[in-house]
Write a protein that binds this ligand. Sequence first.
Ligand SMILES: Nc1ncnc2c1ncn2[C@@H]1O[C@H](COP(=O)(O)OP(=O)(O)OP(=O)(O)O)[C@@H](O)[C@H]1O
Ligand SMILES: [Mg+2]
Length: 381
Amino acid sequence: MRRILAGVMDPELRASIVELDMVDEVRVSDDGSVLVRVALTTAGCPLRSQIQADVESKVRGLPGVTDVAVEYGEMTAAQKSAAMQRARWNARENADTTEVPASTRVLAVASGKGGVGKSSVTVNLAVALAARGLTVGVLDADIWGFSVPRMLGLDGRLGGTDGKITPNTREIPNRLDPADPPGILKVVSMGLLVEDEETALMWRGLILTKAVEQFLHDVRWGPMDYLLIDMPPGTGDIQMGLARLLPQAEMLVVTTPARAAQAVATRVADMAHRSFLKVAGVIENMSAFVAPDGARYALFGEGGGAALADAVGAPLVASIPLEPAVSAGGDVGEPVAARASDDPAAMAFHALAARVVEDLLPPVEMSGCTARILDLASRIA
Ligand SMILES: Nc1ncnc2c1ncn2[C@@H]1O[C@H](COP(=O)(O)OP(=O)(O)OP(=O)(O)O)[C@@H](O)[C@H]1O
Ligand SMILES: [Mg+2]
């Protein structure tokens, strides 16, 4: 339970609520209902609804939990100063652990088997989020099978100064409200570091497990609303290490409409369990192709997304149709979500982005809270 709650961050203090000693009490009743008491730094802080939503969603994902209630208390002056001290210490000690801001929402796009469209979903969701004016990082964690640069049409090298890497940045025009500034994509991939795939292969055994960690440590990501991680196929070390590096990460699982794959469901559930990552949602990709005359062609079957969602206890959050425009867009470096808005796959990706922002994992709103305690704390320090 504490392990799960450790994934809930206080957006202001930029540390886990467990680490900050904000979890006063966890009470589990026989009927499976759970009560979590959280002591807040400031009782009226608008960020409390966010902490509540995060606690509820994490705890609800645990097996056997039927109901979750969150109660608040306010820290005593002594607790508050201890928490601030811890936050300050953290800020100093962890300065070089990861460069990903604690207020960044992290979604790892994973699957139970390869070739189902993880990379296509990652880049199109990133583009669709950025089109809403958000700043979105994309980490291509598929170290030797990298495909993100090609899919986004990026070919520049990653820059770097004083041992830190600067991500490749690209502006995505905002399509929702022309008055808003464009969104920004910040992209890091092995493909932007090495000359060719052969060089990447040579690095294989050497750095694979360390590479993602380094990307998180050594990249000057800067502020980001979201970080999407395109996971490599399989359920190996990278998945396992993620929760330690980025406790706030959650998983989006991509699957095909084929119903048969019970083994996939088992693998996904196992991966979520062993990595301590919550499955935030299931995405069915390569769903029925809809012809211009309205006829549906379910080439890869139907029901696979709903079945997996059911099996892992997460919502089915999107069905992306099978469509030549998706693969063609990936091949020419222009994701379908960045193009024609009346294309069914593009619309599905934009609907997915809306779902993420409005419901699944809303961006952390820092501006609502006037008491920026950490800033204050670092000024006193
Ligand atoms: N909705 C779709 N319609 C048509 N083609 C698609 C769709 N989604 C993905 N594809 C194509 O399927 C292939 C595999 O997709 P992708 O590379 O995104 O999968 P992946 O899960 O990242 O694969 P890997 O496990 O190898 O990393 C690509 O050629 C891609 O263009
Ligand atoms: Mg891929």
